[in-house]
Ligand binder design. Structure first.
Ligand SMILES: Cc1ncc(COP(=O)(O)O)c(C=O)c1O
Length: 410
């Protein structure tokens, strides 16, 4: 056994955490050598790829230290995998009220390898893939690598009060299904807009999936990052209308505890979908790609690292509220407060229209403001005026981001 899954590791108090995060400087985090900070100009504040500057839970580092000290670098013992499965099941029950049967869960090296395997082995050859946009970039590029067309279905826009600022275009999704699509990628919570989808939206998707026999790949990797005060995450597969034969859920601790480099994700499928997945040699070999250190870290995160995750979500909420407020106050810029994730989806249309920004906004703002974000057009062809801003950093750095963008657009 790796460690008992019932004992939380006490996290430092929120005030200790928050003071340490507040004090972070760009020089300090750049010295950490992460991908986020090592692949953009040294003069820029890095706010692009979805990594956090806030480290990980003490429970995770302690479990990894024990594993390294014990040279746990061999193949995966069954007990290590079983502990992880128990931790994932407990977390989903406690957090989202979803009781996952043990037999329905398997390991993966990462979420995207499951998406590739399911598109290629569980949908009609050549059938298009529906991607509600704006979408996490690989959702738009992976189908093409598998000889499939990615059909972009742009989100509906609302005022953020009487209707969500971003919501699924169910009619557009239905039209794509009726035209022969084989799979829908559902991203819930939704990167980059930060929405937590409602039961009504999930039920409508389930009804369409059943009507047209279309597989739903539901990516719930951001579910451990729902911000305090936001609606509770609802697992798509837990909805009564979701047909088990057409449903694959992928999730991981990698975003909520900042450990994507450790390579451990989970696939949940039941009934006929599980049987087909297990019977397919390409799919059934995926668990062997999960790393033992990733599995140990995932167990620690979901079982003993919840206190840290809770404190971090509160820190993120405060930072996001502050910075989205400051950015929205800039003429020609708008952004809505996300319900989950640490990502802000910023609309620079007004600043483009009046010429304060020329060309692609992320490139412009990297040069003129010294802030590196993701270019909106990589999330869908309708979003050339947007940037995705990663705010999982210290408040001082986040304020510097807002200062720099404000000054560049003055
Ligand atoms: C929605 C979403 N899915 C998947 C991933 C990548 O997951 P993995 O590294 O497990 O493939 C990310 C990473 O940012 C993401 O935001």
């Amino acid at each position: 056994m790796t460690q008992p899954s019932s004992q939380p590791v006490p996290a430092p108090s929120s005030s200790e955490f928050f003071a340490a995060f507040d004090a972070l400087t760009p020089e300090q985090v750049r010295a950490g050598g992460t991908m986020k900070w090592s692949e953009r100009p040294d003069t820029a504040i890095s706010a692009w790829v979805a990594e956090m500057d806030l480290g990980t839970a003490p429970a995770v580092t302690q479990a990894l230290h024990r594993a390294v000290d014990g040279a746990r670098f061999g193949y995966m013992p069954t007990s290590v995998w079983e502990d992880c499965r128990a931790a994932v099941i407990d977390f989903h029950r406690d957090s989202f009220g979803w009781e996952i049967p043990e037999r329905d869960m398997s390991l993966l090296p990462d979420v995207l390898s499951a998406l590739r395997a399911i598109i290629s082995r569980h949908t009609r050859p050549g059938s298009p893939v529906i991607v509600p946009t704006p979408a996490y970039m690989p959702f738009l590029t992976i189908p093409g690598t598998l000889d499939r067309e990615a059909i972009e279905v742009p989100a509906l826009r609302g005022d953020g009060a009487s209707a969500p600022a971003w919501s699924l275009d169910l009619e557009g999704i239905e039209a794509a299904m009726a035209a022969g699509a084989g799979l829908l990628i559902l991203c819930n919570p939704w990167n980059p807009v930060g929405r937590v989808l409602t039961a009504a939206e999930l039920d409508a998707v389930a009804a369409l999936s059943a009507k047209y026999g279309v597989v739903v790949f539901t990516d719930e990797i951001h579910s451990p990052l729902v911000l305090p005060g936001s609606p509770r995450h609802i697992c798509y597969a837990s909805r009564p209308g979701a047909d088990p034969a057409l449903t694959f859920t992928a999730t991981a601790a990698s975003k909520g505890w900042n450990i994507p480099g450790l390579h451990c994700a989970q696939l949940i499928a039941s009934g006929e979908a599980r049987a087909r997945f297990d019977a397919d040699p390409l799919c059934s070999c995926l668990p062997g790609g999960a790393s033992i250190l990733g599995v140990i870290a995932t167990t620690a995160a979901f079982s003993q690292g919840r206190g840290w995750n809770e404190a971090v979500r509160e820190y993120l909420r405060r930072t996001l509220e502050g910075i989205t407020g400051r950015l929205s106050a800039i003429d020609g810029v708008s952004v809505t407060m996300p319900e989950s994730t640490y990502l802000a989806w910023v609309d620079f249309s007004g600043a483009l229209a009046d010429g304060r920004i020329t060309g692609a906004p992320a490139g412009f703002l990297e040069r003129k403001a010294g802030v590196s974000m993701n270019e909106g057009v990589t999330f869908g062809s309708d979003y050339a005026a947007f940037c995705r801003l990663n705010l999982a950093t210290g408040r001082g750095i986040a304020d510097e981001i807002a200062d720099r963008i404000t000054a560049a657009l003055a």
